[in-house]
Ligand binder design. Structure first.
Ligand code: PGA
Length: 248
């Protein structure tokens, strides 16, 4: 049985002061012994949030990371910085990074390798646009993102990672994929991992659904055989996140 993983993605929200207040508000609401609970927060919030979650079941994640060790990369954050600050997870290749900051699947692959080298757990995002869905190329596109993202990553490392399937048209729009659509793609991702590696790796890897997850749809989505939790944007910034985490 794969353990569920429910992660909040705060995006570019919450000042350090606001972040600590939100953690204090959510701490008692997100206790679920059957799931890993992760708050992925802006880089500047990491240090105070790591401090604020001490003694709770909440783990801290970053929203991005660079693939070099150190040096002249103004504005970037290295994996060693994240690890030293107490970060366990890192979202890589979110569609907003791919769209607004031109990250390619090749960049994501470099980041995946570097994160794994440092013992961070990548949450690798993939997802199709509305046009791609309408063109009927969703599964081809997702398979490509997964295959490039996992290029030259060993099975033992891949098994530790998390994949978030996030249809771009469902992010922040209030338009959730239907349970069937979400399960179909998450299953295709698992099949793709089995193809790249083997059944054992495909069984071990955790696949989240993301895109307008909320208190009302979490239970049904997370009950699907290939959906192992969620990556939650908007609803992770309020008390409602407690209901998402404690979905049953
Ligand atoms: P949303 O965002 O829950 O606000 O749709 C999800 C995400 O982008 O990770």
């Amino acid at each position: 049985m794969r353990r569920k993983i429910i992660a909040g993605n705060w995006k570019m929200n919450m000042t350090p002061g606001e972040a600590v207040k939100l953690v204090e508000e959510l701490k008692p609401l997100v206790k679920n012994e059957e799931a890993d609970v992760v708050f992925c927060v802006p880089a500047i919030d990491i240090v105070p949030v790591v401090e604020a979650v001490k003694g709770s079941n909440i783990e801290v994640g970053a929203e991005n990371m660079y693939f070099e060790e150190k040096g002249a990369y103004t504005g970037e954050i290295s994996p060693a910085m994240l690890v030293d600050a107490g970060v366990k997870y890192v979202i890589l290749g979110h569609s907003e990074r791919r769209d607004y900051f031109h990250e390619t699947s090749e960049d994501v692959n470099k980041k995946m390798k570097k994160a794994l080298e440092h013992g961070l757990v990548p949450i690798m995002c993939c997802g199709e646009s509305l046009t791609q869905r309408e063109q009927g190329i969703t599964l081809d596109w997702i398979r490509q993102q997964v295959k490039v993202g996992y290029q030259d990553i060993a099975a033992a490392d891949a098994a530790k990672t998390v994949i978030a399937y996030e249809p771009i048209w469902a992010i922040g729009t209030g338009k959730t994929a239907t349970t069937e659509q979400a399960e179909e793609v998450c299953k295709a991702i698992r099949d793709c991992i089995a193809e790249i590696y083997d059944e054992a790796t495909a069984e071990a890897i955790r696949i989240q659904y993301g895109g307008s997850v909320n208190a009302g749809n979490a239970a049904e989505l997370f009950a699907q055989p290939d959906i192992d939790g969620g990556l939650v944007g908007g609803a992770s910034l309020k008390a409602e996140f407690g209901k998402v985490v404690c979905y049953k």
